[in-house]
Design a protein around this ligand. Structure first.
Ligand code: FAD
Ligand code: SF4
Length: 518
């Protein structure tokens, strides 16, 4: 290390993009900073595996840069503990190394953007912001594509992106003759079908030192972690995971995307890619992920159908880019939206999985074990419960942001507050994703092994979701009956006998009030 550097470049934990133009040339007057920060482990209570994955990936990345002969200052929690926050650390380093220019890549989270923009360096220090060179939709187009507060449907956006990037297109027409194969992608895993669920590719990354640092610095975490982390923490491992996904899971990815089961040892991963951490930390680029998957589909047309590849591309080119657009065009107000006035606290069992509701137990247990649940578990199990119970969206956000390895606010917030909790009043979703036990019974085998009975509504052991669903619909009737997608539900409700309606609503009320005992 030298005593002086002209330029200090900050690399945040989710900016591990080795192909960024920053690294094309070596410049020995430039110092790269990559730091484990107390503020980043403390802004929410994180799953321990999430902290391990980020810290291990940062360490790997620092090593990669050093191998490429860049000057890197990699600081761990021991080194940064004495600084008040990131701003304080940067001020210190700028002085220490007589830095003339401070550079950073545009952060993906609003709080970090605000913090970095607010740092007042000495006047002689120039500050330059770079693009992170990760997302496909340029930052500058977000406000025009996503007008503030206006609903803009994902499907519309997705088609534009398909055309613009010429992905799965046949000249002006969508490949396969349709934009969307969603209708073919909602299958349940039926025991008689004897579907082989692939064994997930797991890694064994040693994180003992990180665990000890986290403990020494009294970082508040939850969930479980072993000395070996199973998640990919380098670009090489991420590429192996991508390849493994194409070979083993892509062939049935779309078909069983919404399915849930407790019957397989691999029930937690099913046919999902588990690439969200590699993508969100930027070890992988979304275009390369799609290109690899599309190439595999083209070379294996008998193994991978159009519906599978389209389903996968839609998640990355569509949903992922879309939620980022919604986030940036609606922040900071989005973070405090509460259209349905949720105000109850999150039940204790969200932190330990101790509930008799089997769907919730399965989803929460695996989230605590792996820091992972797939989309439908997040949306239609835990998310649906919070929606029906009227939980305060701040608490719901905190839980989702902390528990999942891929929890970064730009992706978490529109999915949780928007899609799952309808707290944005319909910017993301055209109707609330509210469901009774019937949906879970249709898409999983959870109900067979549950203390509660999914067909019952008011008995002592009736599935709590059934009465909570009606309680939710009726308490938000004034909003939902104006919505053409939910209005019809009330026709059926109104035909029921008064006594039956009262009993269902009373049961729903009891379940919500005594949610800790479910
Ligand atoms: P796959 O099912 O294999 O999908 C492939 C990829 O598509 C994912 O890796 C992801 O990058 C992308 N993707 C799919 N759906 C979405 C989506 N709705 N939004 C953004 N990207 C998507 N995703 C996050 O990355 N971070 C979060 O904090 C997050 N929080 C969520 C909270 C809730 C309440 C819900 C309903 C969804 C959330 N998601 C979040 C979206 C989605 O559930 C995860 O991206 C996905 O489960 C990650 O697993 P996977 O990599 O196996 O995904
Ligand atoms: Fe969940 Fe109800 Fe089914 Fe039990 S019966 S698993 S609570 S949906």
């Amino acid at each position: 290390m030298k005593e002086q550097y002209h330029t200090l470049r900050l690399i945040l934990g989710d900016q591990l993009n080795i192909h960024h133009s920053w690294y094309e040339k070596n410049d020995d007057s430039c110092l790269y900073l990559i730091a484990e920060l107390p503020q980043e482990v403390g802004y929410v209570r994180h799953h321990i595996q999430k902290i391990c994955a980020f810290f291990a990936a940062m360490e790997q990345f620092a090593g990669e840069l050093k191998k490429k002969k860049h000057a890197v200052l990699h600081m761990n929690l021991d080194d940064t503990a004495g600084y008040h926050d990131l701003s304080d650390l940067l001020q210190h380093l700028v002085k220490k190394y007589a830095v003339r220019e401070f550079q950073f890549q545009q952060p993906d989270e609003y709080r970090l953007k605000e913090q970095l923009s607010a740092i007042a360096f000495d006047k002689s220090v120039t500050v330059t912001i770079f693009d992170s060179e990760h997302f496909l939709l340029p930052c500058a187009e977000i406000s025009q594509m996503f007008p503030l507060g206006k609903p803009g449907r994902m499907e519309h956006f997705y088609r534009k992106m398909r055309k613009r990037f010429d992905i799965l297109m046949n000249k002006e027409k969508p490949e396969g003759g349709r934009w969307n194969f969603d209708g073919e992608n909602r299958h349940k895993l039926k025991p008689g079908d004897h579907i082989r669920i692939p064994e997930p590719l797991l890694f064994r990354n040693s994180v003992g030192n990180i665990l000890r640092r986290v403990e020494q610095h009294n970082v508040r975490t939850f969930g479980r972690a072993e000395e070996c982390l199973l998640w990919p923490v380098s670009r090489q491992q991420s590429l192996r995971l991508l390849k493994d996904f194409c070979l083993n899971a892509l062939p049935l990815f779309g078909k069983y995307q919404d399915a849930m089961t407790e019957k397989s040892p691999y029930r937690w991963s099913l046919f999902h890619s588990r690439l969200s951490f590699s993508l969100n930390s930027k070890m992988l680029h979304p275009m390369e992920v799609m290109t690899v998957a599309i190439k595999y589909w083209k070379e294996n047309p008998r193994k991978v159908s159009m519906a599978q590849i389209e389903g996968f591309v839609r998640q990355i080119l569509g949903w992922r880019e879309y939620v980022r657009g919604v986030y940036w065009s609606n922040m900071p107000g989005y973070k405090s939206m509460n259209a349905l006035q949720g105000h109850y606290s999150l039940p204790e069992f969200f932190w330990d999985g101790n509930t008799r509701m089997n769907c919730m137990k399965q989803t929460i247990d695996q989230s605590l074990k792996y820091a992972y649940a797939h989309h439908i578990q997040r949306l239609m199990v835990t998310g649906n419960f919070c929606l029906l119970a009227g939980i305060d969206p701040d608490q719901v956000d905190q839980w989702y942001l902390g528990i999942y390895l891929d929890g970064i606010e730009w992706a978490e917030l529109p999915n949780t507050r928007g899609m799952s909790q309808f707290a944005d009043g319909g910017i993301v979703a055209s109707k609330p994703y509210a469901a009774s036990g019937n949906y879970i019974n249709k898409m999983s085998d959870y109900c067979k092994n549950c203390y509660y009975r999914v067909k019952e509504k008011t008995s002592d052991d009736a599935c709590p979701l059934n009465s909570m669903y009606w309680h939710f619909m009726v308490r938000h009737r004034s909003i939902l009956e104006k919505n053409p997608r939910t209005a019809l539900v009330f026709k059926g409700w109104d035909k029921r006998a008064g006594k039956e309606k009262t009993e269902i609503l009373q049961k729903g009320e009891r379940s919500i009030r005594h949610r800790d005992d479910l």
